[in-house]
Write a protein that binds this ligand. Structure first.
Ligand code: NAP
Length: 180
């Protein structure tokens, strides 16, 4: 199985979603998400993103599948319809196994878990999850979905950048799994 990074954005309460959607619109933060998940060292390869079915459905149809990346949707529903070119997986292990097999073993450079809350919690409990790229937004949005507590298993190693959208400030953090 392959290792993977988690990428997320959370508010001051570690809130990540509300009423099945993102409670904020931060254009520059979305650009960071897009750039980070698309960037490859080898121009002939692309990255993969895996996500929960609720996150997939929360993504407006015109933006999905996320372009330039192999999209993998986690669902336990065997008959869940997905467009051509999008993979379905019935567990995170199944997703990582599919990505470790031809043709994806050669074609895919990096793998990102892009949420939501249910999937983050399972993914971050797996040793294959080695890194968190976490945007901390300096606001409170009264969310109903949360990013898992992570300071015990991961260590903040670097602040990758700071930004703002309107009057909302945020910091992009790099967390690495602590050695056991
Ligand atoms: N701020 C951020 O960075 C960020 C990122 C992503 C999402 N979000 C927000 O998070 C919220 C959605 O999160 P959520 O926790 O409600 O749902 P979710 O994690 O996106 O999706 C949960 C669904 O994924 C499937 N699933 C989960 N684990 C699975 C497994 N091990 N094997 C197979 N299928 C599995 C199940 O689908 P089935 O029921 O079909 O079996 C489950 O109902 C939204 O508000 C969204 O906007 C925020």
């Amino acid at each position: 199985m392959r290792s993977f990074d988690v990428i997320s954005a959370a508010d001051l309460d570690l809130g990540i979603g509300k009423d099945g959607d993102l409670p904020w619109k931060l254009r520059s933060e979305m650009r960071h998400f897009s750039r980070t998940t698309k960037r490859t060292e080898d121009a002939t390869k692309r990255n993969a993103v895996f996500m929960g079915r609720v996150n997939w459905e929360a993504t407006p149809e015109k933006y999905r599948p996320l372009p330039g990346r192999l999209n993998v949707v986690l669902t336990r529903r065997e008959d869940y319809p997905l467009p051509d070119g999008v993979l379905r997986a019935n567990s995170i292990e199944d997703a990582l196994r599919q990505l470790a097999e031809p043709p994806y073993d050669r074609e895919i450079e990096r793998v990102f878990c892009i949420g939501g809350g249910n999937v983050y919690a399972q993914a971050m409990a797996m040793p294959q999850c080695t890194r968190l790229v976490l945007t901390r937004i300096d606001e409170r949005y009264g969310c109903d979905t949360f990013f898992p507590a992570h300071a015990e298993d991961f260590e903040l190693t670097e602040v990758l950048g700071r930004g703002s959208d309107g009057d909302v400030d945020y910091e992009i953090q790099d967390w690495r799994r602590r050695a056991v």
